[in-house]
Design a protein around this ligand. Structure first.
Ligand code: PGA
Length: 253
């Protein structure tokens, strides 16, 4: 059975004390209430990873992740952070290929395939983001775009590595815009992604892969999105900055 996962992406928000406070609240709420998910992940700025990972220790349903990493193992890359460093402070996940990184930092599928390798090679799990822009959707190219992102970013992986990957479908036009894909639109793409995985890795692996939806997911629309057959949870931006909203989304299962 594939895992039900809700991941928060704080992006470049919250100061250290605010982040610690919100994370502590999430831990308390998740401990006190019973949920149908296997894992809640908070992807925070690098500088908070160690503290959050310490707080998450002993809480089986809560993990911590980074939002990016460099593609090299180590070396002369001033200002960069490696997968090994992220692992060494207790984080378990790394978001890769977020559309903001693709757009503002020119991250290509080719670069992301290298980052995926380094992340997996350091025993971290990638939350690999894919999704089309508004222009691509309006031009009816969304299936093709997603297929290319999968082929060029992920499908070089061997089975044993691919099974560690979590995929997040995030239509770029829905991120931070308050516009959510309808449950039917999201399900259509999730089913397509799962079919592509099945063609490459077989049905068993496809059925065991968690595919999350992201893009203006909130406590009001989460239940309907998560009830779709191929939606296994969410990647949450804005709503993950408020502990109650984030936990209400977790509870939507
Ligand atoms: P949003 O962001 O929930 O604020 O739309 C999602 C994301 O960028 O991962």
């Amino acid at each position: 059975m594939r895992q039900k996962i809700v991941a928060g992406n704080w992006k470049m928000n919250l100061e250290y004390n605010e982040g610690l406070y919100i994370f502590s609240e999430v831990i308390n709420m998740v401990n006190d209430e019973v949920f149908g998910i296997q894992t809640a992940i908070v992807c925070c700025p690098y500088t908070y990873l160690h503290s959050l990972a310490q707080l998450a220790k002993g809480h089986s349903k809560i993990s911590v992740g980074a939002q990016n990493c460099h593609q090299a193992e180590a070396g002369a890359f001033t200002g960069e952070i490696s997968a090994k460093m992220i692992r060494s402070v207790g984080a378990e996940y790394v978001i890769l290929g977020h559309s903001e990184r693709r757009q503002y930092f020119n991250e290509s599928n080719e670069l992301l395939s290298k980052k995926t390798d380094i992340v997996l090679g350091n025993s971290l799990k990638p939350v690999f983001c894919i999704g089309e822009t508004l222009e691509e959707r309006e031009g009816n190219r969304h299936f093709e775009v997603i297929k290319t992102q999968l082929n060029e970013g992920l499908f070089h992986l061997e089975n044993s590595h691919f099974t560690q990957v979590i995929i997040a479908y995030e239509p770029v036009w829905a991120i931070g815009t308050g516009k959510t894909a309808s449950a039917a639109q999201a399900q259509e793409i999730h089913a397509f992604i799962r079919q592509e995985i099945a063609s490459k890795y077989g049905r068993e692996i496809a059925d065991a892969t968690s595919i999350l939806y992201g893009g203006s997911c909130n406590p009001k629309n989460a239940a309907e999105l998560f009830s779709q057959a191929d939606i296994d949870g969410g990647l949450i931006g804005g709503a993950s900055l408020k502990s109650r909203d984030f936990v209400d989304i977790i509870k939507a299962f």
